[in-house]
Design a protein around this ligand. Structure first.
Ligand code: FES
Ligand code: FES
Length: 157
């Protein structure tokens, strides 16, 4: 007997009305109901960071967040970062610095990077590593990820 709710999610600047089970995660709502598959499902239990999105401008793990709990609050996914055809500076930096290999972790890495640069935590390699530590890269692209975050952080600072 799951409880069904009508929710209005605000995703990438658009209101999206959904009827969903009260227990549905934001990750599943984004991927399965809204076709926003840029946000990746890695572990589905809060341990890899692949599902990172922003709520109210702060990063959250969408696999640990109930969709119904973010009703009316601005949600930004990787699909919402670019400005039309213009990539977000952090996306450009990941391209320029080869900050990915298979790319699976990349949307989550980029969403984390945007947030930590906003928060002023891109000051040194060590700080970047610390604040990106929730984002696991199975390919071990960490050195290039740090370079990308550093480059993007300088550009914005
Ligand atoms: Fe959410 Fe791994 S899928 S942290
Ligand atoms: Fe493959 Fe990070 S680039 S998991």
């Amino acid at each position: 007997g799951a409880t069904t709710l009508d929710v209005a999610l605000n995703v990438n600047g658009h209101t999206r009305r959904l009827t969903l089970d009260a227990g549905v995660t934001l990750l599943d709502a984004l991927r399965e109901r809204l076709d926003l598959t840029g946000t990746k499902k890695g572990c589905d239990r809060g341990q890899c960071g692949a599902c990172t999105v922003h709520v109210d401008g702060r990063r959250v793990l969408s696999c640990l967040t109930l969709a119904a709990s973010v009703t009316g609050r601005p949600v930004t996914t990787i699909e919402g970062l670019a400005d039309g055809d213009r990539l977000h500076p952090v996306q450009e930096a990941f391209l320029e610095c080869d900050g990915f290999q298979c790319g699976y972790c990349t949307p989550g890495q980029i969403m984390s990077a945007v947030a930590l640069i906003d928060e002023g935590h891109a000051g040194s390699d060590a700080e970047i590593r610390e604040f990106m530590s929730g984002n696991i890269c199975r390919c071990g692209a960490y050195p290039n990820i740090v370079e990308a975050v550093k480059a993007a952080g300088k550009g914005e600072g």
